[in-house]
Write a protein that binds this ligand. Structure first.
Ligand code: HEM
Length: 510
């Protein structure tokens, strides 16, 4: 019988350790051999040239040259912390997900907060939605809830995402972000009015990550062990309260400390002031999905008037010892779900199910789920193998299924996806119940007077940089359509030639 690989390796490694006579404090090469001089290159004679045989110099430079991995294509600037999620109740009437099986059940978590558009070293004070991604290390595998601080998104179909991000990222000509470009894009996307109104309110610059809510944005499905489905939206409510910065405050903070959000989170956790969030859900049965004047699976919409139920509390109590190993190598994906939580048909979410795991194959490599920060508490049993970064943890020669060999892992029908009824034909059409403006109007009308003034100032400062009257007119008419007071005040605040916003707004269908 062939010796299993781990046993072979264990015996082999322990025999080497016995023989090891390198002092634990001695600097070593990557192959474990001791380094004699880490300060002076080997040279031919006193003045050189430097010798190619100096493996310490060569290895050190080679490793240094390869220290950077690609930054995330979006959400590159972030910070993370670990903690614990505690379930409030037994939710088995709603979901078979084991983390919600009993009141008081604890699940370890790692959370990464981020800005969206700006690069890895950019100021944390910039206006942007903020990422709020949580990895739950459950006893049924990892569940990633990859959300934002704002409850809606700019667009409602994943096919628009790369174009939207191109318009928001720096211009390929100047390498500078340009309102002429992103408002050009958004002037074709009236459904962005809801998100734009929120991100240009002071919510677009949180005072700290601790004082920010989080939202799953999309609907997901909660499924019971009997196959009953409920659509659900997730909402993290900050127990520190929601606090934001005005544009003027953000400019001042940026001049003093543009790592303000990371510094705040690390300082709070280090002094024992652990931030907490309650997790709430809104629930909708499949039979009720058609009862609204909007599409509940449209990511540009909230579910107003649907009550929220608290299902747990999360506390963050530890910052990573090493930023790269934890925060930078963390790989969150909306496709990483556990039994009892499934994706909805939301067209944005459907695209995200592919994009994250795909980009992580490129950013971190095929074995990214084996990195310590991403590793599941559950032992991984499957027949995927090899690839760069593989640490070779599998044993035996059955690397396929089915097999007659006893003990090789098999699938379990209890965990099949829920059956979803279908009607109609394949097609490429947009959502029919558009309702592009009413939720933005409701949001505006609910703001306090000072918050309305701040929103208009924030938005006007970017809109007035737009040179094209056509783009300006389209954008202003969307805000006018959301609320006439909002559109009128904004048009007055935008300096320069005033387009005929009212006329254009009247012509808009929605
Ligand atoms: C990060 C794609 C929409 C929240 C990312 C990344 C990609 C991506 C490629 C980088 C992942 C990595 O390198 O690990 C997309 C696509 C979208 C979309 C294609 C639309 C179709 C959204 C939406 C939300 C969101 C609607 C919020 C609900 C996040 C967050 C991160 C992220 C929080 C950072 C995760 C982390 O901290 O590592 N997205 N995204 N994205 N996205 Fe999206």
């Amino acid at each position: 019988k062939a010796t299993s690989v781990p046993r072979f390796r264990a015996l082999w490694i322990s025999s080497l350790l016995l023989a090891c006579n390198v002092n634990a404090q001695t600097l070593t090469h990557d192959n474990g051999s001791p380094v004699g001089d880490n300060q002076n290159s080997q040279t031919a004679g006193e003045h050189g040239s430097t010798l190619l045989q100096d493996t310490q110099l060569i290895e050190k430079l080679q490793r240094f040259d390869r220290e950077r991995i690609p930054e995330r294509v979006v959400h590159a600037r972030g910070t993370g912390a670990a903690g614990e999620f505690v379930a409030v109740d037994n939710l088995s009437a709603l979901t078979s997900a084991s983390l919600f099986a009993t009141a008081g059940k604890k699940t370890p978590v790692f959370v990464r907060f981020s800005t969206v558009i700006h690069p890895k070293g950019s100021p944390e004070t910039l206006r942007d939605p903020r990422g709020f991604a949580t990895k739950f290390y459950t006893d049924q595998g990892n569940w990633d809830l990859v959300g934002n601080n704002l409850p809606v998104f700019f667009i409602r179909d994943a096919i628009k995402f790369p174009d939207m991000v191109h318009s928001l990222k720096p211009s390929p000509v100047t390498n500078v972000q340009d309102p002429n470009r992103f408002f050009d894009f958004f002037s074709h996307i009236p459904e962005s009015t809801n998100l734009l109104t929120r991100v240009y309110s002071d919510l677009g610059i949180p005072a700290s990550y601790r004082t920010m809510d989080g939202h799953g944005v999309h609907a997901f499905k909660m499924v019971t062990s009997q196959g009953d489905v409920t659509y659900v939206k997730f909402h993290w409510k900050s127990l520190q309260g929601v606090k934001s910065l005005t544009r003027a405050e953000a400019a001042k903070v940026q001049g003093e400390d543009f790592n303000n959000l990371t510094d705040d989170l690390y300082a709070a956790i280090k002094r024992g002031d652990f931030p907490k969030w309650d997790l709430y859900v809104q629930l909708m049965k499949p039979k009720d999905m058609d009862k609204f004047h909007f599409d509940p699976l449209d990511a540009t919409k909230i579910w107003p008037d649907i009550p929220e139920t608290k299902i747990g509390t999360m506390t963050l109590n530890k910052v990573p010892d090493n930023f790269f190993e934890s925060t930078e190598m963390a790989a969150f994906a909306p496709s990483r779900l556990v039994p009892g939580i499934e994706p909805s048909e939301d067209k944005m979410l459907q695209g995200r199910l592919f994009a994250y795991a795909d980009t992580q194959l490129h950013r971190l490599g095929p074995n990214n789920q084996r990195l310590p920060i991403n590793q599941s508490l559950v032992k991984i049993e499957n027949y995927n193998q090899d690839g760069s970064g593989d640490a070779g943890k599998r044993s035996g020669d059955v690397n396929y299924q089915p097999s007659h060999q006893a003990g090789s892992p098999t699938d379990d029908p209890r965990y099949k996806s829920v059956r979803t009824p279908l009607t109609g034909s394949t097609q490429q059409t947009s959502i029919t119940k558009t309702d592009n403006f009413s939720q933005a109007g409701n949001f505006y009308r609910a703001l306090r007077e000072q918050d309305k003034t701040n929103l208009i100032g924030n938005l006007a400062s970017d809109l007035e940089q737009v040179k094209s009257p056509q783009i300006k007119q389209a954008m202003l008419s969307y805000f006018y359509k959301a609320d006439t007071d909002y559109g009128t005040r904004l048009t007055a605040a935008v300096k320069g030639n005033l387009p005929d916003v009212q006329q254009r707004a009247i012509k808009l269908i929605d």
